[in-house]
Design a protein around this ligand. Structure first.
Ligand code: TXA
Ligand code: MG
Length: 340
């Protein structure tokens, strides 16, 4: 029988990041901290390395990867054209949690872009991620480091829970600051099209242009055969084993609803400071939208740890980064939203 190997945990020291960079340069996949969530990084220009990411995650091959850079010169190496609006967004939000979809150069192989002629590019602010890119001298393709369909990982432990034995190493950079994945945008003439909400909010993008289109796939469940602007919108996402329901109401109505419907195996996701409900397990997920962003994926994983079969979640605010929290929960819930 083949012996299962263990994933090596590296620190954020330059020495360890150089070990990770050597792995990248030999077509391997490494778990990488970023300010949003952990990523599974490999050389974006190396088709063999990138195909290993898809295997480790169990990801459908038509779902493209985001390519991470650590300098603006890397951007012109990988994209054909940088529209004026993209330059403005880069000036305002890079380095940081914003991904821009741009026409790709041939140096990015089809396996990285899911066969599309565009590539999503992000210049992360996390120092360790930037060092890993610089030390390896390559743009790094990196999807979130979870098994396909599971909640994204915001600690090295989450990554190990999903990836132990599937990748050679992970760099432990502690908890991710933002907690939800980057905002993804594309450019539609003079407009910015929001494909995935994140920390860089609609309100923040409005400082660049008023002309913002929120893609239908952000808040609605698309039909199975619908044409999507971003392949990730098609797939079930962020789901724990439990069946999640979002309840849009005030706290008192929420409690009444749970008490009227509760069964054994139920749990609730409450905001910090709210009173627990008798006979129902509780997972707290922050008070402010920023805290909720940091905690939502960990909370979804915790629902599995406590063995919840069904979870009723308080509905987050949709302002600022709250829209990202709402979008992730809605997907985790398979769009099951109950308005009281
Ligand atoms: O914060 C993040 O973006 C994290 C960290 C690791 O950087 N990465 C991440 O990657 O969330 P992933 O693969 O889990 O999500 C990428 C999303 C997918 O929904 C994908 O469909 C979309 O971005 N995407 C990537 N390239 C695209 C493209 N060329 N056109 C449209 N959507 C694209
Ligand atoms: Mg993901």
């Amino acid at each position: 029988m083949q012996k299962k190997f263990k994933t090596k945990v590296l620190s954020c020291s330059d020495e360890d990041i150089k070990i990770a960079a050597q792995l990248i340069c030999s077509s391997q996949v490494v778990g990488m901290p970023t300010e949003t969530v952990y990523g599974l990084a490999a050389d974006a220009t190396d088709a063999v390395a990138v195909s290993r990411i898809f295997v480790a995650k169990g990801r459908p091959s038509d779902n493209p990867l985001i390519v991470h850079i650590s300098s603006m010169s890397m951007l012109s190496d990988i994209v054909e054209e940088i529209p004026e609006l993209a330059v403005k967004c880069a000036e305002a939000f890079w380095p940081g949690p914003l991904t821009m979809v741009l026409p790709k150069k041939n140096i990015i192989p089809p396996v990285t872009s899911g066969g599309l002629d565009t590539v999503g590019v992000r210049f992360p602010s996390d120092e360790t991620a930037r060092k890993l890119i610089s030390f390896s001298g390559k743009p790094l393709a990196a999807p979130s480091a979870n098994l396909s369909g599971s909640p994204s990982p915001t600690t090295a432990k989450h990554v190990l829970d999903d990836m132990n034995g599937r990748i050679p190493a992970i760099i432990d950079g502690g908890s991710c600051n933002v907690g939800v994945e980057s905002t993804v945008i594309s450019f539609d003439g003079d407009a910015i099209r929001l494909l995935r909400p994140g920390f860089v909010s609609v309100e923040m993008l409005s400082e660049i242009t008023e002309n913002i289109i929120i893609d239908k796939g952000v808040l609605e469940q698309l039909a199975l055969n619908a044409k999507v602007s971003s392949p990730g919108m098609k797939y079930k996402h962020y789901s724990p084993k439990a069946d999640i329901y979002i309840i849009k109401s005030d706290y008192d109505s929420f409690v009444r609803y749970v008490n009227e419907n509760k069964q054994s195996g139920d749990a609730v996701m409450l905001f910090d400071g709210e009173a627990e409900i008798d006979e129902v397990k509780t997972v707290f997920y922050g008070e402010t939208s920023q805290q909720q962003a940091q905690r939502v994926f960990g909370a979804l994983r915790e629902c599995d740890e406590i063995g919840a079969k069904r979870v009723f979640a308080r509905c987050p605010s949709t302002e600022g980064v709250g829209l990202a929290v709402y979008n992730r929960l809605l997907r985790a819930a398979g769009f099951k939203l109950i308005e009281l």
